[in-house]
Design a protein around this ligand. Structure first.
Ligand code: XMP
Length: 518
């Protein structure tokens, strides 16, 4: 792999993704990694990420100096560039001049293998306080700005390169080209990593892990579990059984998408558990959001566990291979964020189906643990999964249960499902799905307001539209939807959904508002 050394800013994951967009496999390691640990991974290249610190601050993140002696091609970015300069005998100065945001750089010379072919003047994204004042001996200075004499340097002989700016950020106009020049030209790494190669590799790994045993997977209707199960099915066929819990809190059409479209395109064996009544009974009279989440989580695990146990017993009774494995759709960001990026320390499993009890003791199969979300989607498409599942926007595990403000009842769920379907249809028809991260539709079941419809007075409930734009759901802004689209959604909902006489728009960013209302 190419190893991306994380110096503690938000940039490492972005760099890792951009490297993969160049069809080269990448992994993230913390800056505390030793040169030995790096060498053990046989990297074909190393990228040092940016970071929030100054190399002068006491306790600022450092790098094992031996890393730069391994003979592996290195690209330093921003803070990583300064760490390189410092360790290789250059000079880093605290000039007191900050550069932040879009900045003009001027290339000097022919740009070397890193920058050749690029325009002499270009706009890049900067974010730094310290500057490299002098490049290390034997390095060529490739670029400068008004306030930074050394904005990029290179030594083709040592195969070491650095840029002060952030090539991984889209605001750096030729950023991706810088990364690709480093990877393909300077380091000579072929562009071979793609959906097809990931599928082939994972299928082989899964076969090796599972052998002849049986394996189960909980499907949620979301993209991660769907792609994970499809990969496992491709590897071991009917040794896999999928379990889909219909808790009655799903949106219109979601069960059918799994039972019909997904099964038709993959051929997986599917068991659906009808648990609507069980969930409604458990939720009766409950209005507190945390309480709702707890109840839904608990019932979900209980239901899944029962289904799993039945499969285990069935396999025993038949005398067939035991059920030994459980598939989970854990993604790479979860692995990195729980300290697993180093491949050594503190790997915590994120449980999409909640903490299963010890006595079920399944071994986990996690075929997506090296992948980012957009890569999972690409693999799903390559495997031929239906677009309604692969392209699906995020939907919370507790489902519509946390989008009814007030007690959850079947009637209210039906109302909300109708309103949600109208909103989704209109947003899709207006071609807005790409622009919107997700659009929760919320029923204020405990609020009533007066209206007039036909000749009569109504006293109904409001529906809230919560369209948000986001990169990762950690922060979000409300999406500025066109008025005509909002008008159509509002008209249709108030005309077609009984008991709803008002539609309101949530114009709160996150923070302070969360995306969901509960
Ligand atoms: P909030 O409301 O915290 O939501 O801004 C952030 C993202 O997480 C989703 N969400 C959940 N997903 N189980 C999930 O699987 C949950 O309990 C849950 N709560 C919120 C939400 O839809 C948004 O994408």
């Amino acid at each position: 792999p190419v190893l991306v050394v994380d110096f503690g800013a938000q940039y490492a994951q972005l760099i890792a993704r951009r490297v993969r967009e160049a069809n080269v496999y990448s992994e993230i390691v913390p800056h505390t990694v030793t040169a030995e640990e790096i060498a053990a991974k046989n990297p074909v290249g190393i990228v040092l990420s940016g970071g929030p610190s100054s190399v002068y601050e006491p306790g600022s993140p450092t790098l094992d100096p031996q890393v730069l002696q391994l003979g592996v091609p290195v690209l330093g970015i921003c803070y990583g560039f300064q760490v390189m300069a410092q360790q290789l005998g250059g000079e880093v100065a605290n000039t007191g001049l900050r550069e932040y945001g879009s900045t003009d750089v001027t290339l000097s010379g022919d740009g070397g293998s890193l920058l050749s072919g690029q325009p002499e003047a270009q706009t890049v994204w900067m974010s730094h306080g310290d500057s490299v004042a002098k490049a290390p001996d034997g390095f060529d200075v490739l670029a400068s700005t008004d306030s930074t004499p050394v904005a990029a340097f290179a030594s083709d002989e040592k195969r070491m390169y650095g840029v002060q700016w952030h090539p991984e950020v889209k605001h750096s106009t030729f950023g991706q080209q810088v990364l690709e020049n480093f990877l393909h030209r300077a380091a000579g790494i072929p562009a071979e990593w793609n959906s097809g190669s990931v599928i082939a590799e994972q299928v082989e790994r899964i076969r090796e892990q599972i052998g002849d045993a049986r394996v189960i997977c909980g499907l949620s209707g979301g993209v991660d579990s769907a792609v994970a199960a499809a990969l496992v099915h491709k590897a071991v066929g009917d040794q896999l059984t999928c379990v889909f819990v219909d808790h009655g809190l799903l949106r219109a059409g979601e069960r059918e998408q799994v039972e019909n479209d997904y099964v038709a395109s993959t051929g997986v064996r599917l068991i659906t558990v009808d648990a609507e009544q069980q969930f409604l009974d458990a939720l009766a009279g409950v209005t507190d959001p945390e309480q709702k989440r707890k109840i839904i989580g608990r019932e979900f695990i209980r239901t899944f566990e029962n289904a799993a146990e039945a499969l285990v017993l069935e396999a025993k009774a038949e005398g067939g291979e035991p059920v030994k494995f459980l598939v989970q759709g854990t993604l790479y960001p979860d692995v990195v964020e729980s300290g697993g990026g180093s491949g050594t320390a503190n790997i915590k499993s994120h449980h999409n189906v909640g903490g299963l009890p010890e006595d079920l003791e399944f071994e986990l199969v996690e075929p997506l643990r090296t992948l980012f979300k957009d890569e999972v989607r690409a693999i799903g498409r390559e495997l031929g999964l239906p677009e309604v599942i692969v392209g699906r926007q995020p939907f919370p595990g507790p489902g519509l249960g946390i989008r009814i403000i007030g007690e959850v009842t079947r009637e209210r769920l039906d109302l909300l499902r109708q309103a949600d379907q109208i909103a989704r249809d209109e947003l899709t028809a207006a071609g807005l799905d790409e622009e919107i991260w997700q659009c929760p539709v919320v029923l204020l079941a405990d609020v009533r307001s007066v209206g007039v419809q036909g000749d009569g007075r109504t006293y109904g409930h409001p529906i809230v539209l919560r369209p948000v734009s986001s990169e990762d759901a950690m922060t979000a802004d409300w999406t500025r939807l066109p008025y005509e689209v909002l008008a159509r959604i509002s008209n249709r909902i108030t005309n077609q959904v009984p008991g709803v006489n008002r539609v309101v728009l949530d114009v709160t960013s996150k923070p302070p508002g969360t995306i969901e209302w509960e």
